[in-house]
Write a protein that binds this ligand. Structure first.
Ligand code: BGC
Length: 452
């Protein structure tokens, strides 16, 4: 009794006196990670529809993995009915606090994803805010300010909050300038202003860690793209209040399928039939075949531009496993270059630009801090929650701004994909909505296999 009373008096004092934990170089090192109960509930809905006990057991394992929470519209901050009955931002942070073990840091990852004129090169994830000054003002006041205010609550100071900033935002300025909306996103300065605003507000909070999305090897891996991209990011972030130190790192492969490694194609310069592998139709001279090489090349290029040594990289490995029956077990014996590549690569896509609910894909490496053999990587993470759709090809009415996208139609032949069909799974729901068939496929084709 006496002891309890004494504790009641001293405990709050001790808590107030404890200084905020220092900003870590790698927030994932030595930390546990928030497991989103909303994601677990979606996985449960698939378990309930699955008869095979072995598959059910694997799904139950996936349910325990940490995935990012997407703040994909203003309503997502508040949760509830308008946000598919998901938790509010506060609800997630409270749940993360409840999962935190005493004396052990915990990360919680949130995707900042509501740029004005979002997804300028596609339709599937068009957003709610227009590419106008008014759209930017709403982004600042109704979205970033509210998120920053929530993160700043001293109650959450013990959570290492990881902010993944605007997937497909700046990368669309680096390459997709033939698209009128992306050209406008650049010419208006709105994408850059929005990213700078988010970075400034979030960097001001000591326990928030900013990671900028930077596409994937199959998009920005060419020497010239990579050089221009690094210049664009460097200029953008030099223009923030704290300059290059306002960013903790970069995250690649968000929502994409590019493998972490192409184990049977380690050398882009290897001659086959007299030509280097990188000159094959599939790689189109891009020397970065996988995310391990791409992130290493990025790290070197950023360092050369004066970025701090501690700049760490994350790779989204949620859906880049490429296991299953068609995974090659070694390099091809062919002396024809394109056949050699087709038979050796683990990425089974017909073209690296295909991105919507790609068939034959599998879960990749489970989330982990400091993955072995990749000193520049802070962590492997699951940003796109596996099982959430990339988009729909048919018109589905919705309040989220999402549109039908031909890239999600299995029969569509995109103009810049070597004459191949999209490879998308049929009958997909809207972007972000649960896609049971896709989830089942991802678990089946996982590489490494999911432990049951
Ligand atoms: C969608 C978002 C969703 C996210 C994660 C994006 O493609 O546009 O609404 O939250 O994927 O699934």
């Amino acid at each position: 009794m006496a002891l309890a009373a004494a504790l009641a008096v001293t405990a709050p004092v001790a808590a107030e006196a404890s200084p905020a934990p220092p900003h870590a170089d790698n927030p994932f090192a030595g930390a546990t990670s928030y497991r989103n109960p909303d994601y677990a509930a979606l996985v449960d809905s698939s378990i309930a529809r699955t008869a095979d006990p072995a598959l059910r057991a694997k799904m139950a394992t996936v349910k325990t993995y940490p995935t990012a929470v997407w703040l994909d519209r203003i309503a997502a901050i508040y949760g509830g009915k308008p946000n598919g009955d998901r938790r509010s931002l506060k609800g997630h942070l409270d749940a993360a606090l409840a999962q935190k073990k005493p004396g052990k840091p915990i990360t919680a990852t949130f995707v900042i994803y509501d740029l004005p004129g979002r997804d300028c090169a596609a339709l599937a994830s068009s957003g709610e805010l227009p590419l106008t000054a008014a759209g930017l003002a709403r982004y600042q006041r109704e979205y970033i300010d509210v998120i920053a205010r929530t993160f700043r609550n001293p109650k959450y100071a013990g959570i290492r909050i990881v902010a993944v900033i605007e997937p497909d935002g700046l990368p669309n300025l680096a390459t997709n300038q033939a698209d009128p909306e992306c050209a406008q996103a650049k010419a208006s300065g709105i994408y850059v202003d929005a990213v700078r605003y988010a970075v400034n507000k979030l960097h001001a909070i000591p326990n928030v860690y900013n990671y900028l999305d930077i596409a994937h090897a199959g998009w920005l891996g060419w020497d010239t793209n990579l050089r221009d991209t690094v210049a664009l990011y460097t200029d953008t972030i030099r223009g923030t209040a704290a300059g290059l130190s306002s960013v903790d790192g970069f995250v690649t492969n968000v929502s994409n399928y590019t493998p972490l490694a192409e184990p049977h194609l380690p050398d882009p310069g290897l001659p086959v039939g007299g030509q280097p592998v990188r000159s094959s139709k599939y790689f189109e001279w891009n020397p970065n075949f996988d995310e391990a090489d791409f992130t290493a090349a990025l790290h070197t290029a950023f360092r050369a531009q004066g970025w701090p040594e501690g700049i760490g990289m994350l790779v989204d490995t949620g859906r880049n496993g490429w296991g299953g029956p068609n995974r090659p077990s070694g390099p091809s014996a062919s002396t024809d270059l394109d056949t050699y590549v087709a038979e050796s690569k683990v990425d089974r896509r017909a073209h690296r630009g295909l991105w919507c609910n790609v068939s034959a894909t599998g879960l990749g490496q489970p989330p982990q801090a400091k993955p072995q053999g990749h000193p520049h990587l802070d962590a492997l993470v699951w940003i796109k929650p596996p099982g959430e759709s990339d988009g729909a090809s048919k018109y589905i009415q919705n309040p989220e701004g999402k549109k039908p996208d031909p890239m999600c139609d299995p029969e569509f032949v995109p103009p810049n994909a070597g004459g191949h069909k999209t490879g998308a799974l049929p009958d997909s729901p809207l972007a972000g909505h649960w896609f049971h068939e896709q989830f089942t496929m991802l678990v089946r084709n996982a590489h490494p296999a999911v432990p049951a």
